[in-house]
Design a protein around this ligand. Structure first.
Ligand code: NAI
Ligand code: MG
Length: 324
């Protein structure tokens, strides 16, 4: 039976790269029953819709969501990020953000597991005396034992499933002595249930150096929401660039969403210039999740020689599809 997948092309290059992703999935022999959702900055400018609750309820009945990118320069910052992307994460409880990275020479891969619903992105805080010279803004980091533990457990389970069985916690425990302490204690307690997984710890600033100088030390990394956001952009930059970085926003017990790491790239939108590989590889992650691991592996193999993936958006999509 065809998998029922919600498609949110979004804005800018989003619909362009998703079209190639769907072309490649089709070429891999996987049938999807797709439902299109017109959402993002352009839709907001059309009729004010960002994301309503009825749409979210519909999504709960899907097998997965596949998203290009949302956001346009003429919409004020925060409207789409908070109203669509973060609302989707919170409502569907997409608590795992999973981002794989492959070394440019293909010799080694590692995966960052970023907590996706808490930390400084939870929306805690506010203004006092807004707009006055004595204005105060606070934005606290929210870390629950439940939220940290389910993320850490997922990361340990993933590390266990891989040949190297190695997991690194990245945080800033020397300065963030409350949140860091909760993360570290939780990590050490969960580790007792995974005696076959080797563990390590890095401060996030040191991890930035190692990402550039010695990424081979990593297998699976687990970290909080803000550190993960920044570290994965760095990961994308050191492993082939933004055109190749894929991601999954997972609720292991519910419906999950798959998207390239990049945004809507208004500077190259509509010019058939965007690299669709990140979207194609995100599609492969979606197929893994849908149980179509053979097709997912074949798609990854077709994308492995990144240097050959040059040309227009449609040409690169056609090339990958032709290899299947
Ligand atoms: P961006 O990722 O859209 O673009 C950054 C730079 O990378 C640009 O020079 C762009 O041309 C280039 N680039 C991005 N994807 C590319 C691809 N597939 N092939 C070749 N070049 C590519 O980030 P930016 O400019 O900060 O954000 C643009 C809009 O996208 C904003 O509205 C932002 O809020 C939104 N955005 C949405 C995301 C999402 O939907 N999850 C994630 C990041 C940004
Ligand atoms: Mg980011």
């Amino acid at each position: 039976m065809a998998h029922k997948v919600g498609i949110i092309g979004g804005d800018g290059i989003g619909p362009e790269v998703i079209a190639e992703g769907l072309k490649v999935i089709d070429a891999a022999g996987i049938e999807l029953d797709t439902v299109d959702y017109d959402l993002g900055g352009s839709r907001y400018l059309k009729d004010g819709t960002v994301l309503d609750d009825a749409t979210i309820d519909e999504w709960r009945g899907l097998d997965a969501l596949y998203l290009g990118a949302v956001g346009t320069p003429d919409v004020p910052p925060g409207v789409i990020e908070r109203g669509l992307l973060l609302k989707m994460r919170f409502a569907l409880d997409l608590y795992i953000n999973r981002r794989p990275f492959v070394a440019p020479d293909g010799s080694h891969d590692f995966i960052v597991i970023r907590e996706n619903t808490e930390g400084t992105y939870a929306g805690e805080g506010g203004f006092l005396r807004h707009g006055t010279p004595h204005e105060i803004a606070t934005q606290g980091s929210v870390n629950t034992r439940h939220g940290v533990e389910r993320c850490v457990r997922y990361a340990f389970g993933l590390a266990r499933s891989r040949p190297r069985k190695h997991l690194t916690l990245v945080h800033k425990t020397n300065v963030l002595t409350f949140a860091g302490d909760l993360w570290e204690r939780t990590f050490n307690e969960v580790a007792a249930d995974f005696p076959d997984v080797d563990t390590a710890y890095n401060h996030v600033d040191a991890a930035c150096i190692y990402f550039v100088q010695s990424p081979e030390q990593y297998d699976v990394i687990v970290t909080d929401n803000l550190f993960g956001d920044i570290l994965t952009d760095l990961g994308g930059a050191v492993s082939g660039g933004i055109g190749f970085a894929s991601s999954a926003n997972l609720n292991p017990e519910g419906v999950s969403m798959f998207e390239p790491v990049h945004g809507s790239a208004p500077d190259i939108a509509g010019q058939d210039k965007a690299n669709p590989t990140a979207a194609v590889l995100s599609g492969a992650m979606m197929l893994d999740h849908l149980g179509e691991t053979d097709a997912a592996d074949r798609i990854r193999a077709a994308c492995a020689d990144t240097e050959s993936l040059v040309g227009s958006t449609v040409e690169v999509g056609d090339l990958i599809a032709s290899r299947l």
